[in-house]
Write a protein that binds this ligand. Structure first.
Ligand code: AMP
Ligand code: MG
Length: 340
């Protein structure tokens, strides 16, 4: 099992493999690798003298890792979870991802829910000691799962004493956004920030053409892609059951929990890739839409919009929202059915 998990983690790192990153002419390519948020992250910038900007962006990510992690003395989330239900002062780094999460929670009918954390822990996705919780255990934990119990004011947040939150579903998206802001403020015009399944691009490729972002085949994530997206400056985030899971008695249990059942979501979707100008929203949405399933996800898209998506279902079909049809090219040997 360990081997499988290790392989899944490695594949996750390779997820949304970036193609054609080669620069031309005088543009220098600079890369920095950071390990944060349980993920190997790669920051790549093009142009002269981008090294200091990359260092600052990496520092930004490391600081956010400490602030937004569920544990540790410097963690704002930990402070909130151990505040006994009292309001805790919060800065933008906590408020922004939390506000985005709650907005998506409301619009998705609770498919995304930061208070699902105790359930995530019960499955062992935090300790990595995996177990299948009993029905009773899940029922008792679900009593305290309710995103609407999280209260936000201008500069503080509170969660009830018997609840705990975790920003695992949005923190990388927020971090990619802050890292991009840092690079842009330092004059970087062309860059790719790749945080596991979260990709944030800055500008275009140095020659002015669009980036190619591959969409991984969720059934063979290490070796195959189902297609490629040609995109300018944006965020591309994928949630998939293949990114973290364990197996017990021949059944696979993945890390995206349906807050209604307390169990890994079985919505028929095996991967959702969201393209959105805001990385925090892209991350929140990819998790929420994965839980909702294709039909409800499309309802969400039609009602609220503001993003595009590639959906892959367990019956081996690819569905692409209207705004991405011209950007998406299906792989010749994808083995998936793609109807425009
Ligand atoms: P992502 O990889 O962005 O889809 O986020 C998945 C991570 O968020 C999991 O590893 C859990 O820590 C947490 N999580 C799982 N299910 C949910 C959910 N329904 N709402 C909020 N967070 C979740
Ligand atoms: Mg997410």
């Amino acid at each position: 099992m360990r081997k499988k998990l290790f392989r899944a983690a490695t594949l996750f790192i390779c997820h949304l493999l970036l193609l054609s990153l080669f620069s031309c002419g005088e543009d220098v390519k600079n890369t920095k690798t950071v390990f944060a948020m349980d993920t190997v992250m790669t920051l790549t910038a093009y142009g002269k003298d981008t090294s200091a900007a990359l260092d600052t962006a990496a520092k930004t990510i490391r600081e956010l890792d400490k602030k937004l992690s569920y544990s540790g003395k410097e963690s704002e989330v930990y402070k909130l979870n151990s505040s006994g239900g009292k309001p805790v002062k919060a800065d933008d780094d906590l408020l922004t991802p939390l506000k985005v999460s709650l907005d998506v929670s409301e619009k998705s009918g609770g498919a995304l829910d930061v208070t699902v954390f105790p359930v995530v822990k019960a499955w062992g996705f935090i300790s990595k000691e995996y177990t299948v919780p009993t029905d009773n255990k899940l029922a008792s934990l679900l009593k305290n799962v309710d995103w609407s119990s999280v209260k936000i004011s201008e500069d503080s947040v509170s969660v009830p004493e018997n609840a705990e939150i975790d920003l695992g579903a949005v923190a990388k998206g927020y971090a990619s956004e802050r890292a991009a802001e840092t690079l842009i403020s330092k004059g970087v015009k062309s860059a790719v920030i790749s945080l596991g399944g979260n990709v944030r691009t800055v500008g275009t490729k140095p020659d002015g053409s669009k980036w190619n972002v591959a969409v991984v085949d969720p059934t063979e994530p290490g070796t195959k892609t189902v297609g490629t997206l040609k995109l300018g400056e944006t965020s591309v985030v994928t949630s998939g059951g293949y990114q973290r899971y364990f197996e017990k008695n021949g059944k696979r249990y993945h890390h995206i929990i349906d807050p209604k059942t307390g169990r890994p979501a079985e919505s028929g979707l095996i991967s959702v890739t969201v393209v959105c100008d805001d990385g925090t929203y892209a991350d929140a949405l990819s998790t929420a839409l994965f839980v909702l399933g294709l039909d409800k996800a499309m309802e969400y898209y039609r009602e609220y919009g503001g993003f595009e998506a590639v959906f892959i279902t367990d019956d081996k079909k690819i569905t692409v929202t209207d705004g991405l049809v011209s950007a998406f090219t299906v792989s010749d040997d994808s083995g998936f059915e793609y109807a425009k």
